[in-house]
Design a protein around this ligand. Structure first.
Ligand code: 5GP
Ligand code: MN
Length: 324
């Protein structure tokens, strides 16, 4: 484990940098990559910002987003690769895993417990609410002045990974960083509208369909919904519109674990896990080869939906201390 000054020194020594995020990018991933990328560019470095998957439409307002390259890794003679917010190698996608394996200097900056990417330099702060908080601190330690564009990216990274400052990962320092970003000129209310009040109708139609599948265990502590490829096709909604659906399951009184089973390929299901108080869903997801945070985690399982649901919901009930 490295400290921020060592990361800063490694970055100062670099000339050509690839900064990448994880599959199915979220606000923390995109905001952090863009904030660091734009700042390093302003320092005169050659920067490529990239990730394997398409960018959800709600993030199209992020400054510099048109520079974020999606798909296979762009060719280039990078001397340094920086992975942000990627808890495990598989979160990078196959092509980026292969690319990073060949590079000499890899910097892994993350806030997931047990972050599994082997970097030359690893900075993992599980107390950070978002990687955006770490990038904020890194830029400060490098004495880089934070532009308004960078501030908007950092604000978005932090506001999304804290559920708009609702989660218990929020600290007084989170609010201090946010206060500085607002002072730089971040339009907080406008960002909230872009993130939460520009929802396409198809996403709400999908929510209606998903709510039809709402199921609870007899103990009332575990609740789940399902989204199939057919539901996406019928509603015209996209993968990105499933974001947040799992929160409806957790929001019910008495529920401790909320789950969303989402078909990503025929017979392959992504499971999103959320807990309210006591269950560590990172450990629950790890039982099925996944991971994440104590209160938000995910895993991918193959097989018949009924069997997958049976396996995961049983494990969830046991984790709540319930009996089957
Ligand atoms: P979401 O359910 O929103 O996709 O992800 C919630 C959290 O779980 C994120 O912090 C993410 O890093 C983690 N996560 C989601 N899917 C996976 C997975 O398949 N493997 C691992 N290791 N972590 C995941
Ligand atoms: Mn994050």
């Amino acid at each position: 484990m490295t400290n921020l000054p060592e990361i800063a020194a490694a970055i100062r020594h670099s000339e050509s940098v690839l900064i990448c995020g994880h599959i199915m990018p979220d606000g923390d991933c995109l905001g952090s990559v863009l904030a660091l990328g734009l700042s390093l560019e302003a320092m005169g470095k050659k920067v490529v910002m990239a990730g394997p998957d398409p960018i959800p439409a709600i993030y199209e307002f992020l400054p510099g987003v048109d520079r974020f390259q999606t798909g296979p890794p762009p060719d280039g003679a990078y001397d340094t690769c920086i992975a942000l917010d990627c808890s495990a190698p598989e979160r990078l996608g196959r092509d980026y895993q292969d690319l990073l394996a060949k590079k000499k200097v890899i910097i892994n900056i993350d806030h997931h417990a047990g972050s599994g990417i082997l970097g030359t330099y690893c900075y993992i702060d599980t107390a950070a609410a978002a990687v955006g908080e770490i990038i904020f601190d890194l830029l400060k330690s490098m004495q880089v002045s934070i532009s308004c564009e960078t501030a908007i990216n950092l604000y978005t990274a932090i506001v999304t990974d804290t559920g708009s400052f609702q989660y218990d990962n929020v600290t007084p320092d989170t609010h201090r960083r946010i206060a500085e970003l607002l002072e730089i000129g971040v339009p907080g209310a406008q960002i909230n509208v872009a993130l939460h009040e520009e929802t396409p109708k198809a996403a709400l139609v999908l929510l209606r369909e998903a709510l039809h599948t709402l199921t609870m265990t007899p103990c009332g502590k575990v609740c789940w919904m399902t989204v199939t490829l057919e539901m996406l096709k019928n509603t015209g909604a996209l993968d990105e519109h499933t974001e947040g659906l799992v929160n409806y399951c957790r929001s019910i009184r008495g529920v401790e674990v909320g789950l969303l089973f989402r078909e990503i390929l025929a017979g392959t299901y992504k499971v999103s896990l959320r807990s309210k108080n006591i269950v560590d869903v990172n450990m629950l997801a790890a039982q099925f080869g996944g991971g994440g945070h104590a209160k938000a985690a995910g895993c991918v399982l193959k097989g018949a939906l009924r069997e997958i649901q049976d396996k995961v919901t049983r494990a969830a009930v046991l984790a709540t201390g319930g009996v089957l």
